[in-house]
Design a protein around this ligand. Structure first.
Ligand SMILES: [Zn+2]
Ligand SMILES: [Zn+2]
Ligand SMILES: [Zn+2]
Length: 733
């Protein structure tokens, strides 16, 4: 007998290996196999009696006592690999958390701390920045840390390798030492409170009854509930029923919403809970995953990749905020976790509930067509009103010397009044840093990243300019690099500038900022939220982080500094993104006893997405947008495949992309007229690669699959060109 093994390489086939005498290789187990000159970890997906033509190589080692993959996950990953144009082996390995994927889980980790006082470290950082910016970042990060930081966590966060940390250790500025890893999740230390669940309103009760009534077979639901309407309580009660029947429930939430507050809502009800998220240590992640596989968890909650969590008898899958683009993976396999969740529920005979206050148009259409049952929660809990949203036209708002104002007069006075009354405000801006543009007035050039066609963002507190796409950073130049003139200007706004201006405007108020820059260290996110929850923070400035994963009852004023940020990328989803952004952020206001008010600042006060979001009229927006998508043939009225070709040579990139478009014409026939490109991508140069893209549309997935196959063959002629095929693409940059 031989074993069929798939490995994480982009070849969509299983390879046959010999099973050495005395070795047992169960289907679904991970195995170590020789593959060309390498050794790879793959998975056994089947057995065969038919010997291959060439003498098969033997399996070197079986890595699992119990198979890592059950039959259901084998089926699911096979589908994912095929649908998203990668191999089964790649899909299988991406289904495992990285600490499980490695052979054996590490019990110890290296942690780093400063060997010198923080002030000295910061002085050294300033001095060393021009030598190696990474050293400076490590020192700055450790200067802020309150406890030793795992080196892998530090490296991941700063997007560097561990070598700068080790170099600093050799230089005597940093100490690196071994520490035993904690395998217990601190979040799970909470025990269920045993409190009775709150009573449901009529909409909620009807939704729970419908979901519970479908238990035991595949069925899809779209739970459309306005912000604050109590969707989570519907999930919780549906899960309770599922668990009581002896099956397990899987809950997906966007990474950014997987906060301690979110988790505690589940851990307060269910003791046998497993949490899969990236802030856990390797040992914790491995332990949680193994509990799920062993059936020791009734409920598993996690972000995107948790859709592959091993569960012996899945009964219910919930995808909260199903419209969130972060469910789409940015690396191969480029799967959409919502769509994988639906497929998984179908394969395993489970119920799937997609929840949102602003459903994606794909899901909305599925509900209209009857593929999903639509459940509505039309009012907020305790009959609280949705907050009124005032659209503020920023064209009329200029300050001294005609400079644009950050806060309109209306928003400023609303925040001032709220602060005076002891109420809280949130100011939202979808851009971190101080200023997104460094501009030379003398020669009118914008400072660009050396590796990308992207403007450098100025981060004032750290005193650096950073490329938000490749992570390159440098000291802000004193002179313009192009014309050698002084007087560079930092233009535009980021959360750091908003925070600074707000501190000046409201000198008496306590201001906090929450974005990726202020939440880098473990626990910092929770500390900021505690300040907001206990009322010691008056004004919270932040990115989309402020809009997800927590309830702040005292917030009465929400200011959307720029409602136009969804329009920055002019793709067919721009209006949808804008609507979602306003509705979601506005939903933060008035969740407590006192009603709230929202201000949406914009330069396009007549844009339908903004006007309808201000009226909280999702259905009118969806109707209008669906008509647009139908007329111009965009999803959900077509399937979509995006190709991005990158090459150090712009000519090669263009010609390779063009060859794919040519090859697609034969496959697509009439539908070929819908193909866009080859044209420069929205970011035409990224990480030293010139990028051209093409967008293919067709009625069926099969046609697009053929486009990718034909294109892949055509691309072989261009050695320097790297292609990314993105099925059902979201990211159009
Ligand atoms: Zn200049
Ligand atoms: Zn860059
Ligand atoms: Zn949060």
């Amino acid at each position: 007998m031989f074993a069929q093994v798939v490995v994480p390489v982009p070849l969509d086939q299983a390879f046959t290996y010999a099973i050495p005498a005395g070795m047992s290789v169960p289907v679904g187990a991970r195995v170590l196999v020789p593959f060309g000159p390498r050794r790879l970890v793959g998975a056994c997906v089947g057995h065969t009696e038919i010997p291959p033509k060439q003498t098969p190589k033997p399996i070197l080692q079986v890595l699992d006592d119990e198979p890592a993959f059950g039959p259901a996950l084998l089926d699911l990953t096979r589908w994912v690999g095929r649908w998203y144009l990668s191999s089964w082996g790649e899909a299988l390995m991406s289904a495992l958390p990285s600490p499980v994927r490695r052979t054996g889980v590490r019990r110890y980790e290296n942690v780093a701390r400063l060997a010198v006082p923080p002030a000295e470290a910061l002085r050294q950082a300033a001095e060393l920045r021009s030598v190696n910016a990474r050293w400076a970042r490590v020192l700055e990060d450790l200067a802020e840390a309150t406890a030793p930081v795992p080196v892998t966590e530090l490296a991941e966060r700063l997007e560097i390798s561990s070598s700068p940390v080790l170099t600093l250790a050799r230089r005597g500025l940093v100490v690196v030492e071994k520490r035993a890893m904690d395998a217990e999740d601190p979040i799970l230390a909470h025990a269920p409170t045993g409190a009775a669940p709150p009573p449901l309103n009529a909409d909620q009760a009807a939704a729970v009854a419908a979901i519970v009534g479908a238990h035991g077979a595949f069925r899809g639901f779209l739970l459309y509930g306005v912000t604050g309407s109590g969707k989570t309580e519907v999930y919780l009660q549906a899960i309770r029923h599922c668990v009581a029947s002896g099956r397990q429930a899987l809950i997906l939430v966007p990474e950014i919403a997987l906060t301690p507050q979110t988790i505690s809502r589940f851990s307060a009800r269910f003791s046998r809970l497993a949490v899969l998220h990236h802030r856990l240590t390797d040992a914790q992640r491995a332990a949680q995953w193994k509990r799920a596989r062993a059936g020791e968890a009734d409920v598993v909650i996690g972000a995107r990749s948790a859709v592959f969590a091993p569960l012996p008898a899945l009964g219910l899958v919930v995808v909260d905020e199903e419209h969130e683009p972060s469910y789409k993976s940015g690396t191969a396999p480029r799967y959409h976790a919502r769509d994988v969740a639906v497929k998984r529920a179908q394969l395993e005979g489970a119920v799937v509930v997609l929840g949102s206050a602003t459903p994606s148009l794909e899901s909305w259409r599925n509900a209209q067509d009857g593929r999903y049952a639509l459940l509505r929660l039309s009012s907020r809990v305790a009959a609280r009103p949705l907050p009124p949203v005032e659209i503020v036209d920023m064209a009329g708002e200029t300050g001294v010397k005609g400079r644009p104002l950050l806060l309109s007069r209306k928003l400023e006075s609303a925040v001032r009044d709220a602060t005076a009354r002891g109420e809280q405000s949130i100011l939202f801006l979808n851009r971190r840093g101080f200023a997104p543009v460094v501009f030379c007035p003398a020669c009118r050039t914008v400072q660009k990243c050396g590796h990308c066609e992207v403007a450098m963002t100025f981060h004032k507190r750290r005193g650096v300019v950073i490329c938000h796409h490749c992570g390159a950073e440098a000291a802000p130049p004193a002179l313009c690099p192009a014309c050698r003139q002084p007087g560079l200007k930092f233009m535009g706004m980021g959360t750091e500038r908003v925070e600074e201006e707000v501190r000046e405007l409201f000198a008496e108020a306590a201001v906090a900022r929450m974005d990726r820059d202020t939440t880098r260290s473990r626990g910092s996110h929770a500390r900021i939220l505690e300040g907001v929850a206990d009322g010691s923070t008056d004004i919270l400035v932040g990115t989309q982080m402020v809009a997800k994963g927590h309830d702040i009852p005292g917030v009465t004023v929400v200011g959307i500094i720029s409602a136009d940020s969804g329009f920055q990328i002019r793709d067919f989803r721009a209006e949808e993104r804008t609507f979602q952004l306003i509705a979601q952020v506005a939903g933060r206001a008035g969740r407590g006893e006192i009603p709230g008010k929202v201000f949406a600042q914009t330069f396009s006060p007549d844009a339908p997405s903004i006007v309808l979001a201000a009226r909280h009229d999702f259905e009118a927006f969806a109707t209008k947008e669906i008509a647009f998508r139908r007329e111009w043939i965009w999803p959900p009225f077509t399937r979509l495949l995006r190709l991005v070709v990158g090459s150090p040579s712009p000519e090669e990139s263009l010609r390779a992309c063009g060859a794919c478009v040519e090859a697609s014409a034969a496959v697509l026939g009439n539908e070929g007229s819908l193909t866009l490109g080859p044209e420069p991508a929205a970011i035409p140069f990224l990480r030293d690669r010139h990028r051209y893209h093409a967008v293919f549309r067709a009625k069926t997935w099969e046609s697009l699959w053929k486009v990718a196959s034909a294109g892949t063959r055509a691309l072989r002629a261009w050695k320097s060109a790297e292609a990314v095929w993105d099925m059902d693409a979201f990211d159009m940059t």
